[in-house]
Ligand binder design. Structure first.
Ligand SMILES: [Zn+2]
Length: 323
């Protein structure tokens, strides 16, 4: 049973029972609840400051995992960079060198992106540096791949050009000369067959019977097929491009027209003795940038090393030319 409290009433001169007011009780309860709630709230805040919640533990594990993945990606980038560096080295030292293109300098290959700060969007977080650096490296890698790819495009064009050049420049003997007996006189000082004076012979003479086929020594365009050049008689000039022109003199007959495109080995005419010539033979010259040069260096297309050295020996004999 609840304790009953009394008080003395001087007016009535008697004791009366004290009755607590209901409202007051409610007030006490509300105050207690509020205090408890505040205490609880501060405990939770303090607790969360010192201890991780399960959700936080999960998030920090996820963050650690992300950092680990970034590290792994960076390692894979290292591998990719190493492979690319090897390709770049070969590109500069072999391919570009072979096709006479300038090597691409390191600064150009490793250039990042200048100007505005492309990495601003990654700033303001704990992981900003990691993400920013990773993106920067990936950008440099991407750009280096583009530079390398462009270099290979350039090499492909140069290789095609070189192939064309090799097809164009004179590379075979202009008459069949399997046993090398047709080489009569080479490039250099020779005795003139008419005046018997020692003078420079600017071509190579191949003896052959009248009517022997004469072949184009490289791809090109027939620029002349006439006898209006003094001394050469009926002659043909083929422009091979790249500064090379070949000349075939003292012909008996033509087998091509002016401006005709010819391939190496095409039959262009027949041996004769027209012009300033002592006997039927082919006088063959090669021009490079307008200067007549020694044709001996342009027969590699159909000669073995020993044949070449035999021909070289014969061509260097200072004998009488057929002109
Ligand atoms: Zn000659």
């Amino acid at each position: 049973m609840a304790k009953v409290k009394y008080y003395y009433d001087p007016e009535t001169l008697s004791y009366r029972v004290i009755r607590r007011k209901k409202r007051r009780t409610l007030k006490y309860i509300a105050a207690f609840l509020l205090a408890s709630a505040l205490f609880g709230f501060f405990m939770v805040v303090a607790g969360s400051y010192f201890f991780e919640s399960p959700k936080e533990r999960e998030l920090s594990r996820e963050l650690e995992n992300m950092q680990l993945q970034y590290d792994l990606l960076n390692k894979r980038m290292d591998d990719a960079i190493a492979v690319l560096e090897n390709i770049e080295e070969r590109d500069n030292a072999i391919y570009r060198h072979y096709f006479e293109a300038n090597p691409i300098p390191e600064e150009q290959r490793r250039a990042g992106f200048g100007g505005i700060n492309r990495y601003k969007k990654f700033e303001g977080f704990d992981n900003s540096k990691l993400i920013k650096e990773s993106n920067k490296r990936l950008d440099i890698l991407e750009k280096a791949i583009v530079v390398q790819s462009k270099s290979l495009d350039e090499i492909a064009i140069l290789a095609k050009d070189k192939e064309k050049l090799l097809e164009a420049i004179p590379a075979i003997q202009p008459v069949n000369n399997d046993d090398l007996t047709r080489m009569a006189s080479g490039y250099g000082y020779r005795t003139d067959p008419f005046t018997k004076v020692r003078k420079f012979h600017y071509g190579m003479d191949f003896t052959a019977p009248r009517g022997t086929p004469v072949y184009a020594s490289g791809d090109g365009i027939v620029k002349r097929a006439d006898n209006s050049s003094s001394g050469y008689g009926k002659h043909i000039r083929i422009d091979h491009g790249y500064g090379y022109v070949s000349l075939y003199a003292h012909l008996y007959k033509y087998n091509v027209r002016i401006n005709q495109r010819v391939k190496r080995g095409d039959l262009i005419g027949f041996v004769g003795s027209t012009g300033r010539s002592e006997a039927p033979h082919l006088h063959y010259e090669i021009f490079k940038d307008g200067e007549r040069i020694n044709p001996i260096n342009f027969y590699y297309g159909n000669l073995s090393a020993s044949e070449f050295s035999e021909l070289l020996q014969k061509a260097s004999l200072e004998n009488q030319s057929l002109d």
